[in-house]
Design a protein around this ligand. Structure first.
Ligand code: ATP
Ligand code: MG
Length: 440
């Protein structure tokens, strides 16, 4: 992509409405634009990162055996009357009426709809276990939308729903999602710790919140520091096998809980020098809720014995749009964002230090073509802005690498290669710089 043909409205001034780094940086880097309180347009740079995050979430769901589909954003109120949640949900639910006076709502979550779909088609235990997910916009009319995409009103969520014949099966489904979450967040460069959590309005008796530690987070957390050093299951993890050891290690061996369920007497069993009381950002939550929806909504299957029974369910959410904020909170410096390679909006930025100079332009075009051919997705700053401004913009938008090409260096046949995360800058021949980048 050529910067001159892109839309990157960077701001020099710090927006006064933004209280935390990620919100400030997303506005300054021209990633999002607020259209109403808690409702954002995703500008091209922000949208690229959103898609990368969504794709990692999708790949790990698929790997764990979940099946993707897509449900609509609008739902019938009557569906929610069946579960009893239409009245229970309160003012966070955005309710609307169509021209035929039918009551609708903009979905804050999809337990009811997925249960309705499931019961329409699945009648036998032979189709179980089944896990269906979608990645769709949600709306919750939050009392205090704030911190940008961290607490929006409209936000993108991945929500998966598992269906099993019995509790033992449902716990295995829960464990598969638990392990998939560990992998998902790690692939984005995040350490997200599963913490025992209250089950809240979704109900049920087993739940973990996945929390990224950050001083600016809204959740208060208590944990044993040793949980931070546990190994992440790699891609060879066998989802058909017994995942209990991994789940117990991460979810049970060390104390980790959010404020709601915090038990000081348990925390005190953690050696004093390992105790960590801090704050964090909830990026995902897993629930096992048994037959909470299956009973009122009559989602039943026939078991091997021919007897019909309600299924055991779980639901599993990831805050896809919130993750942008969480990643930036975890990875930035005074100059701007530092994207982990896996979610960076472009792989490398090319800075032309003297646009209009025939030699420099030619060298930049050559590098641009080669990096593009190598699949590195370069962003080429071909504008006529001054070098200082170009450096500041590249640091702000946080691409992993910068290839800096100017007239002085080219006289000696060299360019500069900068690693954004470390600030390390090396001067080397163009061919070597390109070889190094394309080897990545
Ligand atoms: P919170 O406690 O932060 O309000 P929640 O527990 O109500 O979130 P869930 O129902 O568990 O949210 O939704 C699944 C995930 O969706 C959350 O873990 C979070 O990452 C994300 N999420 C929830 N509410 C918002 C929001 N208002 N803006 C952005 N992401 C959100
Ligand atoms: Mg939650």
């Amino acid at each position: 992509m050529r910067l001159s043909r892109f839309l990157l409205p960077v701001l020099k001034e710090t927006p006064s409405e933004a209280q935390i780094a990620s919100h400030r940086l997303m506005l300054r880097a021209g990633m999002i634009r607020q259209e109403a309180a808690g409702i954002y347009a995703w500008l091209p740079l922000g949208f690229r990162v959103l898609k990368k995050i969504e794709q990692i979430v999708r790949e790990e769901m698929d790997r764990a055996g979940a099946v993707e589909m897509l449900m609509p954003t609008l739902q019938l109120a009557d569906l929610w009357r069946e579960s009893g949640r239409y009245d229970a949900y309160g003012p966070e639910m955005l309710r609307l009426t169509d021209r035929h006076e039918r009551e609708l709502l903009y979905g804050p979550t999809n337990e009811e709809m997925i249960t309705e779909i499931f019961r329409a088609y699945v009648k036998s235990y032979k189709a179980l276990p089944l896990n269906l997910y979608h990645i769709q916009w949600k709306f919750r009319d939050e009392q205090r939308p704030r911190f940008g995409v961290m607490r929006g009103r409209e936000f993108l969520m991945k929500d998966a729903y598992s269906f099993d014949l019995d509790e033992a099966g449902a716990r295995r489904s829960y464990q598969r999602m638990f392990v998939a979450y560990l992998r998902t967040f790690a692939r984005m460069g995040l350490t997200a710790i599963p913490m025992r959590a209250e089950t809240g309005p979704i109900g049920g008796d087993l739940s973990h919140e996945f929390i990224v530690l950050a001083d600016t987070g809204e959740s208060v957390v208590y944990c044993d520091k040793r949980v931070l050093d546990l190994p992440i299951p790699d891609e060879t993890v066998d989802y058909a096998g017994d995942l209990t050891p991994i789940v117990e290690e991460w979810g049970g061996r060390y104390y980790a809980a959010t404020e709601d369920v915090h038990d000081p007497s348990l925390f005190e069993r953690t050696p004093e020098d390992q105790r960590l009381q801090t704050r964090g950002i909830e990026v995902g939550q897993v629930f096992y809720f048994g037959d909470k929806y299956a009973v009122p909504m009559k989602a039943t299957v026939t078991g091997p014995d021919g007897v019909e029974r309600p299924i055991h369910g779980g639901s599993y959410g990831v805050g896809v749009s919130r993750l942008l904020g969480a990643i930036i909170e975890a990875s930035h410096d005074d100059a701007g964002i530092i994207w982990p390679d896996a979610v960076a909006p472009f792989g490398v930025g090319i800075i032309n230090l003297r646009a209009g100079d025939a030699d420099v332009d030619l060298a930049c075009e050559t590098a641009y073509a080669q990096l593009q051919a190598a699949g590195l997705d370069p962003l080429y700053d071909d504008t006529d802005e001054r070098p200082g401004g170009k450096f500041a913009t590249m640091d702000l938008i946080g691409l992993p690498w910068q290839l800096i090409i100017g007239p002085k260096g080219l006289k000696d046949g060299v360019v500069e290669l900068k690693r954004r995360a470390t600030g390390e800058k090396r001067t080397l021949p163009m061919a070597e710089a390109l070889a190094e980048l394309t080897r990545l």
